[in-house]
Design a protein around this ligand. Structure first.
Ligand code: PEP
Length: 258
C-alpha cells in the first residue's frame, strides 16, 4: 500500500501569506518524494487559493478538516455557516477529515460522522475517518468504544466504498502531547489488528485489508519509524509537525527508506 502523510493544520497558520509559504515548501518536498502521498488539510478559507499551487499529477493533495452532512444541490434547508461537499470539490479538495476528536468534543456524534461520510463519498471525496479512545484503560474498555465508533460511523456504507475510505486511528490521550507520550508501535499494531477485525466482520476480510489505516497522535521525526515499522500502518496524520516543513522533510526521509 502506498504510504501517506496527512497534515491537519487545525486553525493555523494565522494568515494566507504564511499558509502559502508552508504549502510551497511542502510542494517542493512532494516533488522529491513522489512515491509518498501528501495531503495537506488547511482551514477552509485558504483552500481555493492553495488549489492554484497544485499540479494535476502531483502526489500533493488538498484536504478539508470537515464538511457538512447536507448538500444544497438536494434543495434542502438552509444552513448558516456550513460548507458543502460540492463546495469543497470546487475548491480543489480531494480528502476530508471527519470525526476528529476536537469536533467530537464539541458535540459531533457517530451518526453525524456517518452522514458526512456518505455526502463526502457522493461528491467523490476521500473521507479520513478519525476514531480513538479517550483513555487506554487497563480493563480494555477502549476496545468497545472503538468498535461502536467503527460500526456506527460506517453504518450502511457500501462494501465497494470501503476502499475509498481512510481510517485514522487517533487515541485522544496521545494527541497534542510530547512525542515520548505517543503510542508505541507495538501497541499500535494490536490496535490496527483490532480495527481490521471489526472491518472484516462488517465488510469481509478482502475489503478490510485494502483499507488504509493511519495513526495520529504526536507524530514527529523522533517516533515515526517505530510507528510505521512496528505499528504496520500505511501512514500518519500529523497536527503540529505538519506546520513545520523541516519536520515534514525529516518524516518523508524516514518514510522513504522503510
Ligand atoms: C491531530 O490533531 O489530529 C494530531 C494528531 O495532532 P498532533 O500531531 O499535534 O498530536
Amino acid at each position: 500500500m502506498k504510504k501517506i502523510i496527512i497534515g491537519n493544520w487545525k486553525m493555523n497558520p494565522e494568515n494566507l501569506i504564511l499558509a502559502r509559504k508552508i504549502f510551497s515548501e511542502i510542494k517542493k518536498l512532494s516533488k522529491k518524494f513522489p512515491k509518498i502521498d501528501i495531503v495537506v488539510c488547511p482551514p477552509f478559507v485558504y483552500l481555493s487559493d492553495l488549489k492554484n499551487k497544485i499540479d494535476k499529477v502531483s502526489s500533493l493533495k488538498l484536504g478539508a478538516q470537515d464538511v457538512f452532512w447536507d448538500n444544497p444541490e438536494t434543495g434542502s434547508r438552509p444552513f448558516t455557516g456550513e460548507i458543502s461537499a460540492s463546495m469543497l470539490r470546487d475548491a480543489g479538495v480531494k480528502y476530508v477529515i471527519l470525526g476528529h476528536s476536537e469536533r467530537r468534543s464539541m458535540g459531533e456524534t457517530n451518526e453525524e460522522v456517518n452522514k458526512k461520510i456518505k455526502i463526502a463519498l457522493g461528491a467523490g471525496l476521500t473521507p479520513i475517518i478519525c476514531i480513538g479512545e479517550k483513555e487506554h484503560d487497563i480493563d480494555g474498555k477502549f476496545f468497545e468504544t472503538l468498535k461502536i465508533q467503527i460500526k456506527d460511523t460506517l453504518n450502511k456504507i457500501k462494501k465497494s466504498d470501503l476502499q475509498k475510505i481512510i481510517i485514522a486511528y487517533e487515541p485522544i490521550w496521545a494527541i497534542g502531547k510530547n512525542e515520548s507520550e505517543s503510542m508505541k508501535g507495538e501497541d499500535l499494531y494490536q490496535m490496527a489488528i483490532f480495527i481490521r477485525k471489526i472491518l472484516s466482520e462488517m465488510f469481509g476480510q478482502v475489503e478490510a485489508f485494502k483499507t488504509p489505516i493511519v495513526y495520529g497522535g504526536s507524530v514527529s521525526p523522533f517516533n515515526v519509524k517505530d510507528i510505521i515499522s512496528e505499528g504496520h500502518v500505511s501512514g500518519i496524520l500529523a497536527g503540529r509537525s505538519s506546520l513545520e516543513s523541516q519536520k515534514i522533510a525529516e518524516i518523508l526521509d524516514i518514510l522513504s527508506i522503510i
